[in-house]
Each structure stands twice: as structure tokens, then as C-alpha cells.
Design a protein around this ligand. Structure first.
Ligand code: GLY
Length: 309
């Protein structure tokens, strides 16, 4: 087995034209490349895949370009409610938070849930109380909310109404989420996913991101997966675990499994979104049913790549 590392991150899926509308291709490329290089340094020095996916996800959360942490989309009440999860492929330990308000890096709170070990998923006020227990500070609303997100919500509320349902999701809504998957030099896999969810979502709505097996999954025997897209469809198809099952039970590699997962998502629920995958051999792959998927990768210690389409 190779002792080289691999790292892949994504910044959300959506209509390519809309992704480009939010910022230039160069701006996304610069951000993705910089985050990958910082992740590379940590993997090169032997850090665990779990540490590195948390680190890269937190950098993506801190960048207002993406729908996670700072820059999260707004729900129907004009508030930010975030979901995040991460999973360790060594032992299937996982930590997740849902409906979270005011925490700068939801992925790091999810990590604390994982380390604490008692539970896998904490939500809402209970998650905030746990943050207090962990001495993690809360941030004011204006840290998270950007002018662009206020404008976006107003547009969606005019065209899409007050509620969100399958038929009313417009292709112009960026299906944003961020995520990271990694294989470290010891051969261990991990995955992390974080999001502000869908624009104009109902208060209290939880998507696929914090649900192990839907928006995130990692198992050293198969692969690490982070998904992005219209969460209800990813929940209904147990999407990330389905990709892992393609590796486990059909013997597929990362690319074949990612594509088979998307084919299944489209065939079953006409799903919109994408996934990034690293398999146990360190092969990086992505597949999507949307025209855009912002992503970058380093396969087996090689060059840094970035792609938006
Ligand atoms: N995939 C992110 C969400 O639907 O919340």
C-alpha cells in the first residue's frame, strides 16, 4: 500500500454560470489552491486525515465565497443555521452538529462531538450548550451574514416563495456546501462536510450534511466521501454510504463509485449535486449531476489541480 497522501476539497455544486457569477473563476481557483497547499503541508508532515479534513473544512468555512460558516446562506427567517459533520475511516467514529447558530467553525464543534464520544449528532440549543462546555465562543450574526446573501434571499423569496420544496428549487440556487476528504501517509481516510444549507429553507430544516451516510462517510476499507447538493435527495438515497457500498460490494474504484452514486441519485430521485471521493488506494474522483462543482485535489502527493465545471 502506498504511503503517499491524497487530499480533495469542494466548494459546492450548482449551475456553472451561477458559480461564475458569484466570483471569477480565478478567485475560486486561488482560494481552492491555497487551501489545498495548506492541507498538503500538514499531510506531508504526517498529520492524520481527520485533522486535515477538519483543518481544510474550517478554512473553507472562513472564506465568504462558500456556503458554510462565514457567508452561509439565509433561511426563510433571514437567519444562518449551519450543519456540519466529520468521520474517521479508522474506526467509523463521527461527530455532527445541526441547526447551529453563531459558531464560527461548525466543523470544529463537530470534531469536539466526535472526540467527546458520547453522541454522534447534537442540534440547536443543545449543540450551543456543548460549545459552551467546550469553551467555544459564539459570534454575532453580522460575522456570518453578507450583503450578497441578503440579496440572494430576497430574490429567492420573490421567485421561489416562502417555502422550499422539490419543485420550487430553482437551478439558479447554488447548492452550496463545502467538504474535504483525505488519505494520510498512514493510509487512513477521513471526510468532512459543512454547510449553511439551502437558501430560504424552513426554520429547523436539517439537510444531508450532518447525517452520516448521507452527506459524509469514511471507512478505511472503502473510501471517504463528501457530498454537496439538494440535501433531501441525498438523505433519501443515503448517498455517501451508497458510494461506499459500490466500493465495498462491487469492487469499484473511486471514480467508478462516484459516478455510480450520481447515476443512482439521478435515476432514483432526479437528484442535483455532486460528490468528491478518495478511495483506500488514494485515488481522487468526483462526479456530479449539476453543470458546476467547485473542487480541487492532490492525488498521491502529486500536483495541485482545480476545476469548476
Ligand atoms: N447539501 C446541503 C443541504 O442540502 O443542506
Amino acid at each position: 500500500m502506498s504511503n503517499s497522501y491524497s487530499l480533495m476539497i469542494h466548494g459546492g455544486a450548482g449551475a456553472l454560470e451561477d458559480l461564475k457569477h458569484e466570483a471569477s473563476e480565478a478567485v475560486f481557483q486561488e482560494s481552492i489552491t491555497a487551501i489545498l497547499e495548506r492541507g498538503r503541508q500538514r499531510l506531508e508532515r504526517g498529520d492524520s486525515a481527520l485533522d486535515v479534513v477538519e483543518y481544510c473544512a474550517s478554512l473553507l468555512e472562513d472564506d465568504r465565497l462558500y456556503n458554510a460558516g462565514k457567508g452561509s446562506v439565509l433561511n426563510a427567517d433571514g437567519k444562518v443555521e449551519m450543519d456540519a459533520a466529520l468521520m474517521d475511516g479508522r474506526d467509523l467514529r463521527a461527530g455532527a452538529v445541526a441547526g447551529l447558530k453563531g459558531i464560527k467553525n461548525p466543523i470544529s464543534l463537530a470534531r469536539r462531538v466526535l472526540e467527546h464520544g458520547e453522541h454522534v449528532l447534537l442540534m440547536g440549543d443543545g449543540a450551543l450548550e456543548f460549545a459552551k462546555f467546550c469553551q467555544i465562543d459564539t459570534y454575532p450574526d453580522d460575522y456570518f451574514i453578507t450583503e450578497a446573501r441578503i440579496k440572494q434571499l430576497a430574490e429567492v423569496q420573490v421567485t421561489g416563495g416562502m417555502t422550499l420544496d422539490h419543485e420550487r428549487v430553482k437551478p439558479s440556487q447554488k447548492l452550496g456546501t463545502i467538504g474535504a476528504v483525505a488519505r494520510d501517509i498512514h493510509g487512513n481516510l477521513a471526510a468532512a462536510t459543512s454547510t449553511g444549507g439551502l437558501v430560504n429553507k424552513r426554520w429547523g430544516r436539517v439537510g444531508d450534511t450532518p447525517i452520516v451516510g448521507a452527506g459524509v462517510f469514511a471507512d478505511n476499507d472503502t473510501c471517504a466521501v463528501s457530498a454537496t447538493g439538494y440535501g433531501e435527495q441525498f438523505l433519501r438515497t443515503v448517498f455517501a454510504k451508497t458510494i461506499s457500498d459500490f466500493v465495498q460490494f462491487r469492487g469499484m474504484d473511486a471514480q467508478a463509485a462516484a459516478q455510480a452514486g450520481i447515476d443512482y441519485l439521478v435515476a432514483k430521485v432526479n437528484g442535483e449535486g455532486g460528490a468528491i471521493v478518495i478511495d483506500a488506494a488514494g485515488r481522487c474522483a468526483a462526479a456530479q449531476s449539476t453543470s458546476g462543482l467547485i473542487r480541487g485535489w492532490i492525488e498521491l502527493g502529486g500536483e495541485t489541480h482545480c476545476k469548476l465545471g
